[in-house]
Ligand binder design. Structure first.
Ligand SMILES: *Cc1c(COP(=O)(O)O)cnc(C)c1O
Length: 446
């Protein structure tokens, strides 16, 4: 890890003058459609800290959206990727292959749930992995329909925009979207009309009814779900929902795809979040946390499904770039050596206790409608006091208040009212608690 002091330090306004200067250049040169949560320009980052060009050190509760779980300059990632850079940057795996790609696929076979024969294919982004999972499922089943869920997020390419539930900002004005995509209910416990305890059984029954009656199970190539829904608001489908959907897929020859792009690689305290209910997906898509910040993604799954696409049907110029593969091997090494699953569980313990205390101490504590998530994927859903009416303004105000104090937090949720916490799993417990202090103060100021 780089030698950045693991201490918060605020020496200017946030953003400071140098960031503001860069932001002016950015506004002139970078397309307006590319946003930033906090226009603080990064100089260095590592462990639980992001240091900006003005010398401020922010506590990182974002990990670049769940990417730098091992930190943004993890020793093993830097070492392995640097060595690979010096050896060669690229050959294209489809032209002349290299060992790193194969080794990443071997690691994926070992780490993903299930002891069946597995194969993988590597790509650059999460969206590309999801698109390829659909290609593979269609080639295998010779069917076309794809089922996704309310509040789901799967990316920004044309097919994955179709798979994504939320219109603004992901889809508005960007259609028409890919056909043969169907969306069904998910067991969102907090907002399920008859209560969280009924959500698993009722939502799965509704989803299955819609699939059989409106699409026809025989027409469905794939059912794709995030075992913990990320952008949609860190929704953990109520117990029983995922097993019911996975069983339905199995009974009907449908490829069950777990999109673990955000929830995978120790983020939830397990290698993959679907392990929590003993789910063994047919295919798993991974990206984000896989390579310590280098761009890499994968589809991993049952060998006979993965092999269904004809030779030359999968791939891409950069997919499985050797430097990114070296980064992934470094990230996986770090996860094993530092027991980052254990660290994620500890982060959950600390965060959930502190957040529950905050709720009970606040005079209007019921504005924290729900505290949820697993491992280091924790969120609070904000609502108007005495109701379940989403309060996006409160989430925005809290985030802003945290940013001003040097704590980077992100928002999410279909209603924009969820504050989410995704610290690097290597964050020190002091920084974690200091970040929580800042959140507590932000509530006091709200
Ligand atoms: C981020 C994300 C994607 C898209 O990944 P990109 O690398 O941004 O294309 C897909 N699915 C889930 C669950 C994600 O969180």
């Amino acid at each position: 890890m780089s030698d950045i002091p693991q201490e918060r330090r605020v020496v200017t306004a946030i953003p400071g003058p140098k960031s503001a200067e860069l932001q002016a250049r950015r506004v002139a040169a970078v397309a307006a459609g590319v946003g930033s949560t906090l226009p603080v320009f990064t100089a260095r980052a590592g462990g639980g800290i992001i240091e900006d060009v003005d010398g401020n050190r922010l506590i990182d509760f974002g990990s670049g959206i769940a990417v730098t779980s091992v930190g943004a300059s993890a020793e093993a990632v830097v070492r392995r990727a640097s060595a690979q850079l010096a050896d060669f940057t690229h050959t294209c795996f489809m032209v002349t292959p290299y060992e790193g790609y194969v080794e990443v696929c071997e690691q994926l076979a070992e780490l993903t749930p299930g002891d069946h024969a597995k194969k993988s294919a590597l790509f650059n982004s999460g969206a590309e992995a999801v698109e390829n999972a659909v290609k593979i499922a269609r080639a295998y089943t010779k069917r076309t329909a794809v089922v996704v869920f309310d509040h789901g997020y799967h990316g920004r390419t044309n097919l994955t925009m179709a798979l994504t539930a939320k219109n603004m900002p992901y889809k508005q004005g960007f259609g028409p979207f890919a056909p043969e995509v169907y969306r069904v209910p998910v067991a969102y416990g907090y907002r399920w009309p008859t209560g969280a305890e009924n959500a698993g059984a009722e939502a799965s029954a509704q989803a299955i009814d819609e699939i059989t009656k409106q699409i026809g199970a025989d027409n469905v190539a794939a059912i794709i779900i995030e075992p913990v829904l990320g952008e949609g608001g860190f929704i953990e489908p109520a117990k029983g929902f995922l097993p019911a959907i996975a069983q339905f897929a199995k009974d009907n020859g449908i490829v069950f795809v777990a999109d673990e792009i955000q929830s995978g690689f120790c983020r939830t305290g397990q290698w993959f979040a679907c392990e929590d209910e003993g789910i063994v997906p047919d295919l798993i898509t991974t990206a984000k946390g896989i390579a310590g910040g280098l761009p890499l993604s994968a589809v991993t799954g049952r060998a006979e499904i993965m092999d269904a696409a004809h030779a030359g049907g999968l791939g891409g110029t950069y997919g499985g770039n050797p430097v990114a593969c070296a980064g992934a091997l470094g990230a996986i090494e770090t996860m094993r050596e530092l027991d980052l699953n254990g660290k994620a569980k500890r982060i959950e313990e600390v965060m959930k206790v502190r957040l529950a205390e905050m709720r009970s101490k606040l005079p209007n504590g019921d504005i924290i409608g729900d505290i949820r998530g697993r491992g280091a994927m924790i969120a609070i859903e904000l609502v108007k006091s005495g109701t379940k009416e989403p309060d996006a303004a409160a989430a925005g105000a809290l985030a802003k208040s945290c940013h001003a104090e040097g704590l980077l937090v992100l928002t999410c949720g279909t209603y924009g009212n969820v504050l989410r916490f995704l610290p690097p799993l290597v964050i020190g417990e002091d920084l974690l608690n200091e970040g929580l202090d800042i959140i507590e103060q932000a509530f006091a100021r709200l």
